[in-house]
Design a protein around this ligand. Structure first.
Ligand SMILES: Nc1ncnc2c1ncn2[C@@H]1O[C@H](COP(=O)(O)OP(=O)(O)OP(=O)(O)O)[C@@H](O)[C@H]1O
Ligand SMILES: [Mg+2]
Length: 205
């Protein structure tokens, strides 16, 4: 019998360093691991995962999900941010149709881009917040008013859901996923402000 498949986990083949072990043993509510490339961050996460059965590993794309899924212990879920957001949104909007071009169908490209970036920045309705997004993505501030309307009308159109909406609807409405004991995000330097805000939609602990 191949014991390594029991529980879906490859047995540990490395001995963690003191710093890696400290991450695994920490009882802090949130831990940010910041270390140079190849120093063993992913290995630490995988080791940490073995201490939990009801964990969630959030991935940036489907390729990572496929890669990571069979390395995680039984009981773990591995999903993309979008698939988590879509799953919650569908609970509240069962008939919604996925349309990644929902916002692009509007006429003005600069304003559409600004509207989408504003969601990625988790911006709010204030003029200052809109100006900040415009400056950050070097789009003229003159598009802010138009982009505001596009976003407002887009969000109100609940027959369709875009990739950005999948995270934004749960953030705006306080919708929550099921509870997980722990959430792991690898490569979290790549998280945008919207994805960081979305983490609050996942009850843990
Ligand atoms: N304590 C350890 N002892 C021996 N090998 C280790 C240890 N920790 C990690 N490794 C090995 O080092 C290599 C790099 O580790 P890992 O992929 O976890 O690093 P990383 O910090 O996630 O890298 P990256 O920044 O590229 O994502 C892997 O082959 C891993 O198995
Ligand atoms: Mg890594």
């Amino acid at each position: 019998m191949d014991l390594s498949r029991l529980g879906g986990v490859t047995p540990p083949s490395i001995t963690l360093t003191g710093k890696q072990q400290a991450v695994v043993d920490s009882d802090e509510k949130a831990i940010l691991v910041n270390a140079v490339a190849g120093s063993g961050k992913t290995a630490t996460l995988m080791s940490l995962a073995r201490n939990y059965t009801n964990g969630l590993y959030l991935a940036f794309n489907k390729a990572i999900v496929t890669d990571v899924l069979d390395k995680l212990p039984v009981g773990w879920s591995c999903k993309t941010f979008n698939s988590m957001g879509l799953a919650i949104s569908k609970e509240y909007m069962p008939n919604v149709r996925v349309d990644f071009n929902k916002y692009k169908q509007a006429r003005f490209n600069n304003a559409v881009n600004l509207a989408q970036h504003h969601m990625s920045m988790n911006g709010n309705d204030s003029p200052e917040s809109w100006a900040k997004t415009a400056d950050r993505f070097t789009i003229s501030r003159t598009y802010c008013g138009e982009a505001y309307d596009i976003l407002k009308n887009g969000k109100a159109n609940v027959t369709k859901i875009s990739g950005e909406d999948m995270l934004q609807y749960p953030i705006d409405n306080g919708w929550k996923t099921k509870h997980y004991d722990i959430v792991l995000v690898d490569e979290c330097q790549d998280l945008n402000p919207q994805q960081i805000a979305f983490l609050a939609c996942i009850p843990t602990g």
